[in-house]
Design a protein around this ligand. Structure first.
Ligand code: FDA
Length: 583
């Protein structure tokens, strides 16, 4: 292969959450990459905002967790999901969400050193960009991909500087297409998608309105306003908190069959006032945009030398708030593999495991998000809203719901059930965290994944079964608390051995030297390098004191051994060669 032929080893197309994360991680690995993105800067509107614990763990690995937390609305202020006839009006139901309720808080706290937060995309992206730039990532704004092609040796992107019209080619060994739902790479290279698009149309109005008096007593992320005379699934308009309690996105659906909505400032301000229910609140519209509900996933995440990441691979409604999260996590899965192949530490086949591992996650996410949208119907039904109903009939229905009558009682039972169903959207901890991979980059230890005792969508079950994310446990090192999640990551493999696992740690050193790979052994247990004072890791590790757990750079368990074996070096060597697709 002629090195001079290439401008970069990796071309990243797009600088949204997926592309920026890829860019920062590639730079962290010292990979020669160029990131191009069409617009002059990062996202100019709030869009995605829910940031889950797994994504925060990625940010922790990049050293930006604290910065994200500084700028985000913290978990304590995310909780109340409110359904009401207006901010000033009748409240109909409430649910504590995103693990902030008393019944779920411990589950969330136990599962990760990180907490969920609410950070709008236009605030988050500059933080990831800064992380990429600190690592000297080459990011070219104002640079649009016009055409892409690939051959046996590499990928060629024809790009255009939008401000000058200058066109030039970038040649790279691999490309990561992180150009979002409207990107061109997947189309040009003939990636095929399953699913449907245009399942609904939505308007986002980003606005300023001081709603402190209506929200301080019930701080939350989403306020669903359901006004009688409107039966659509998201009600009359949902307010998404951008900045407590003065900045919001007002989201509402419309049916294009009824004509395009009036998006003039007067019309959207009028709507905002109707939803707030208080005309004395000053409303200042910052931006209006439209988007569509899609339910799509690419059949393949890889074609030759091109990989799809983020919305370029999967598109789904915002329900469950998994869009940005899945996008960031796609890049976290992919980048260490590309870096390992480029450094000659792994075989090309390792790159196939990206599809094998991330497609099932994408499939689950798009289906879950779509189902969550459908699962909101029972709420409208429980409120007694029906298509074509007059506002008077809608109010009568709400009066009945809140009446001391047999019909009222029955309706309240239905409402309680409909609200409980929303846990699959707002407290779906198993979906958020429980991604278990099966591929050739995971080495079977002869056991099967233990079955969940609880609903696997709602509850995350930590396990060290190969393919699982590393379970979190707090450990002590000197006077510092360290999570098992922190021991892993950092672009390297980590081998975690128990109190009697010194031969495993020696084996890790030997294999790392022999194969020139980043692999470090650590002991965890009473009086070990990391002290397991609470005994949590001992309970979670599903291996003995003389066993070990091998963790990949993306913090998924690659393999484990329950006990010592006769020749730990050869056992570990064989496992590492297998998972890196080496002969
Ligand atoms: P994204 O679309 O963000 O970025 C694509 C990038 O590619 C952009 O930088 C663009 O400029 C660039 N690009 C496109 N074409 C190009 C070309 N030809 N050449 C060069 N560059 C090109 N998600 C979530 O996790 N939590 C949430 O709460 C929500 N909420 C939410 C609400 C609403 C109303 C919407 C519409 C969406 C959400 N989402 C969400 C989804 C979320 O916004 C979306 O999933 C992510 O932005 C996807 O990130 P990507 O980086 O994949 O694509």
């Amino acid at each position: 292969m002629n090195t001079a032929e290439f401008d970069a080893d990796v071309l990243v197309i797009g600088a949204g959450p997926a592309g920026l994360t890829a860019s920062a991680l590639l730079a962290e690995h010292g990979t020669n990459a160029i990131t191009i993105t069409k617009h002059a800067g990062t996202a100019h509107s709030p869009r995605a905002h829910i940031t889950n614990q797994r994504t925060m763990e990625v940010f922790r690995d990049l050293g930006i967790e604290d910065r994200v937390k500084e700028l985000a609305v913290p978990n304590e202020l995310m909780g109340n999901n409110v359904w009401a006839t207006s901010f000033a009006g009748r409240e109909l139901a409430r649910l504590m969400t995103w693990g902030s309720g008393v019944d779920r808080k411990a589950d969330y706290d136990r599962a990760s050193p990180c907490s969920m937060c609410n950070i709008p995309q236009h605030v988050l992206e500059p933080v990831i960009l800064e992380a990429a730039r600190e690592r000297d990532a080459a990011i070219r704004f104002d640079t649009e991909l016009i055409e892409i092609s690939q051959d046996e040796n590499g990928v060629t992107g024809l790009v255009r500087r939008r401000s000058t019209g200058t066109e030039y080619a970038i040649r790279a060994r691999y490309a990561i297409a992180a150009d979002g739902g409207r990107g061109t790479t997947a189309k040009q290279l003939g990636f095929e998608f399953d699913g449907e698009e245009g399942l609904g149309c939505a308007v986002n109005v980003w606005l300023e309105a001081d709603l402190s008096r209506y929200t301080r007593h019930r701080p939350g992320t989403l306020y669903w306003i359901c006004q009688p005379g409107n039966d659509y699934w998201v009600g009359s308009g949902t307010f998404i908190c951008v900045k407590p309690w003065t900045e919001w996105v007002m989201l509402y659906m419309y049916d294009p069959a009824d004509g395009e909505p009036d998006l003039s400032e007067e019309a959207v301000t009028e709507r905002a006032h109707a939803i707030i229910g208080d005309r004395d609140v000053a409303v200042r519209v910052k931006q209006v945009s439209q988007w569509q509900i899609n339910h799509l996933i690419s059949r393949e995440y890889r074609k030759g030398r091109v990989f799809l990441a983020g919305d370029a691979a999967h598109r789904h409604p915002p329900a469950n708030g998994l869009g940005t999260n899945t996008s960031v996590q796609d890049s976290y899965n992919l980048v260490w593999k590309i870096a390992a192949v480029l450094r000659g530490e792994a075989g090309e086949e390792l790159l196939d495991t990206y599809h094998a591992e991330r497609y099932p996650v994408g499939r689950q996410v798009v289906d879950r998000a779509m189902k969550s949208v459908q699962d909101m119907r029972p709420l409208s039904q429980a409120f007694g809203f029906a298509p074509g109903q007059s506002a008077e009939d809608g109010w009568r229905s709400l009066d009945e719901l809140q009446s001391d009558t047999p019909a009222g009682r029955q309706r309240r039972e239905a409402l309680a059930e409909a609200v409980a169903l929303q846990n699959y959207q707002f407290n779906a901890h198993g979906v958020e965290l429980g991604q278990h991979y099966t591929s050739t980059a995971i080495v079977d230890d002869g056991t099967s994944l233990p079955p969940s005792r609880k609903d696997p969508e709602l509850y995350h079950r930590p396990s060290t079964h190969p393919g699982s994310p590393i379970p979190h446990a707090w450990l002590q090192r000197g006077n510092r608390s360290v999570s098992t999640v922190d021991i892993a990551g950092g672009g390297r493999f980590a081998l975690l051995a128990g109190i009697g696992g010194a031969p495993w740690i020696d084996a890790a050193k030997a294999v790392a030297e022999e194969m020139s790979i980043g692999l470090v052994g650590h002991s965890i247990g009473q009086g070990c390098e990391y002290d397991d004072l609470f005994g949590d890791w001992t309970r979670l590790r599903e291996a003995g004191d003389r066993g070990c757990v091998l963790v990949r750079p993306d913090r998924h368990i690659a393999w484990r051994s329950h006990d010592l074996v006769a020749d730990p070096v050869s056992a570990l060597r064989s496992v590492v060669r297998q998972l890196l697709s080496l002969p």
